[in-house]
Design a protein around this ligand. Sequence first.
Ligand SMILES: C[S@@+](CC[C@H](N)C(=O)[O-])C[C@H]1O[C@@H](n2cnc3c(N)ncnc32)[C@H](O)[C@@H]1O
Length: 281
Amino acid sequence: MNRPLPSPADIALSDQDFDQLRQTIYSYAGIVIGPEKRWMMRARLQKRVTALQLGSMAEYLTLVRGARGAAERDRFISSLTTNVTSFFRESHHFALLAHTILPALAAKDRKISIWSAGCSSGQEPYSIAMTVLEHQPALAPSVRITASDIDTSILQKARNAIYKPGELTGIGPEQRARYFQPVRGTAHPGELQAGSSLTAMVDFRQINLNAHWQVTEPHDVIFFRNVAIYFDAMTQRSLWRKFHRALRPGGWLLLGHSERVPTDQHDLLCPSGITAYRRPD
Ligand SMILES: C[S@@+](CC[C@H](N)C(=O)[O-])C[C@H]1O[C@@H](n2cnc3c(N)ncnc32)[C@H](O)[C@@H]1O
């Protein structure tokens, strides 16, 4: 006889399950889930327990941690990431790119490599692409933008490059007309899709910044914005060392408005403007 399955509201999150689940996301992704996020975790994982027809959060934990849980681990991570983003978010970095960084790189006459690390649904890398096309169009063939995230579902959305009207804030009518096209046959009026002039400039990859990673060639600019806030100081310190190695001498690291490289690591990444750092030459 099949056992009756609990309704989502009946799936409890005990203190022990909460501690083990947050330890699990911390060890995979470096994401710190504080006690204030317990109800967020419960609400999001209840949906997974129900979808998998499991009986409890403890069964879910066993699945995610077990050898047969590889596929579910991606969904587990996806359930617990925060993907808030927008086009031209923290616009001062795009002004810096347009008026300081790109003109200096143009003079070097070589390939230019830009990484959006923690790119979410793609608005950040496509904003970088628009900045290049608007301000240094002749450079566009030399620019490669790598965009990465741990979250495979959000990366799929980034690759599809389809945005609802509410997700298009930050882009004016002229940019919409120039770089986006209407989506044929969509049930959602007003959706636009980024055109090939933008998508051709961006390569998407899944990279877990909390796991082993290394770059094949150093980057000129790394956008790593509004991701470090989810990590603790120890994870951040190790990332500042890795980003130092991933940058060319003189390369730029751009952070979110509440993120900072600590003073004792300024020999690796030297402050150079608002939440902007450079690897010393
Ligand atoms: C708030 S969004 C930031 C998006 C964009 N950078 C911006 O500033 O608008 C944070 C992103 O970091 C990603 N993330 C969290 N932990 C990560 C990890 N360990 N490795 C790579 N990406 C991670 C999340 O999946 C999410 O898409």
